[in-house]
Design a binder for this molecule. Structure first.
Ligand SMILES: [Zn+2]
Length: 412
């Protein structure tokens, strides 16, 4: 690999245009897809968009009022995908159940129950089983001020039955509610389901000698609604863009497909659509190299490998060769690489720890060209080796244990 052809400054320049929120299904996401295609065109790579529809939700009304021993209405945001309360809301005794442990939940029957963490499937089922009639969750920290106290709608995971509804409120208000000894409350939620459209951007560099074998380099370009996602995940988009530019100039022997995924934040929907649409070609896919969370200066690099442990040793050897510090972890990984692994394609996610993910503070100001360059060199080294090696050096199989964990992950 000609390491000095990889340029961190160029990656940062590319990133600087994405200062807007790119939530899946919105104008921002579409605008970003077009900008990615424009950048590819600037160095002679044609790309295509693959659109897909996904289920979404809308909150029409969300209200939460403590009614005893004092009366106060709090700012809340609603939970989607769990239906609506009766029009006049649900009024019931109120319980703060902390992390929803068994002792606290033994007092939940017939109550509106507040728990600390965002609602997941497990907690939802526990609350229903305990007889809760509605739920409240918290967000934020006690030191938030101004825009940091803004609330955003969220949704419960897709489940067969959603008998109870809920809202999210801010940490500071939760403190006031518990401190004030709230014993009774009223919760109203009105929501509806709908559809939205997201898209993947796909560019292919055809292999010169073994074009039928495919390696993918992937990164999601959508964001959560809270912030413009520089670290999560436009930095990764810039890294694979830089490598696409490199491999356009230095054709590998195997084919490389570069994919910028939409709707990752909605549950890996872009990669799930990609693996469905290209199901027949997946048997030719040898390895997925995904990047999620990248570009900040202070941090450390971890490569999560979902595949044979031999892949970890191989990647570590390559990192030693070029002297770039990192560690590997042989595990499933909460990003688009999981989708490939679940479909039988060994996969990795390059990940750098950092600050501000899923907040309005995730901005390009904290992105470092030094970090972008290092990560692009490391990933480029791996991609170039595998793109040109005579025979793939690890089995194209996912260890049984990971398949079990992935089944659980995707059916959660
Ligand atoms: Zn991400």
């Amino acid at each position: 690999m000609i390491l000095n052809e990889i340029c961190g400054k160029r990656q940062l320049e590319f990133m600087k245009q994405f200062t807007y929120i790119r939530e899946a299904g919105t104008e921002g996401e579409l605008k970003a897809a077009l900008a990615i295609q424009e950048e590819l065109r600037s160095f002679g790579v044609e790309s295509r968009q693959e659109e897909f529809e996904f289920d979404t939700w809308k909150i029409l009304e969300a209200e939460f009022t403590v009614t005893e021993p004092f009366v106060k209405t709090y700012k809340v945001a609603g939970y989607g995908r769990c239906g609506s309360t009766p029009e006049s809301g649900i009024e019931a005794p109120f319980l703060y159940a902390e992390n929803g442990d068994a002792i606290n939940l033994s007092f939940a029957k017939g109550k509106i129950v507040m728990v600390n963490n965002p609602m997941n499937g497990d907690m939802y089922q526990k609350l229903v089983a305990a007889g809760a009639v509605a739920f409240v969750t918290l967000t934020g920290t006690p030191i938030d001020e101004g825009d940091d106290t803004l609330l955003y709608t969220r949704a419960v995971p897709k489940m067969e039955a959603t008998p109870i509804q809920g809202v999210v409120l801010h940490h500071k208000d939760a403190m006031e509610i518990v401190d004030g000894g709230a014993t009774r409350a009223r919760l109203t939620l009105k929501s509806e389901l709908g559809k939205a459209t997201s898209r993947n951007v796909i560019a292919r560099i055809e292999g010169t000698e073994i074009p039928e074998e495919v390696l993918t380099l992937t990164a999601h370009f959508d964001t959560v609604p809270q912030g413009p996602g520089a670290y999560d995940n436009m930095a990764a988009c810039a890294i694979i863009m830089e490598l696409c530019r490199y491999f356009k100039a230095h054709n590998p022997r195997r084919s490389m497909e570069f994919v910028w995924f939409g709707a990752e934040e909605k549950g890996l929907l872009g990669s799930r659509n990609y693996t469905e649409v290209h199901k027949d070609e997946l048997k030719n896919h040898q390895f997925n190299m995904n990047v999620d969370l990248a570009g900040q200066l202070v941090g450390g690099t971890v490569i999560g490998v979902t595949g044979d442990p031999a892949i970890c040793h191989m990647i570590e050897y390559m990192a030693h060769e070029i002297g770039i510090g990192m560690v590997t972890r042989n595990a499933i990984w909460g990003s688009d690489s999981n989708t490939f692994a679940w479909n039988g394609v060994p996969a990795m996610t390059l990940n750098r720890d950092g600050f501000g993910m899923h907040t309005r503070h995730d901005i390009v100001d904290y992105i470092s060209p030094w970090s972008l360059e290092r990560s692009a060199k490391l990933l480029g080294k791996i991609a170039e080796s595998l793109g040109n090696i005579a025979v793939m050096p690890f089995p194209r199989a996912i260890p049984e244990q990971f398949m079990k964990e992935l089944d659980k992950y995707f059916n959660r």
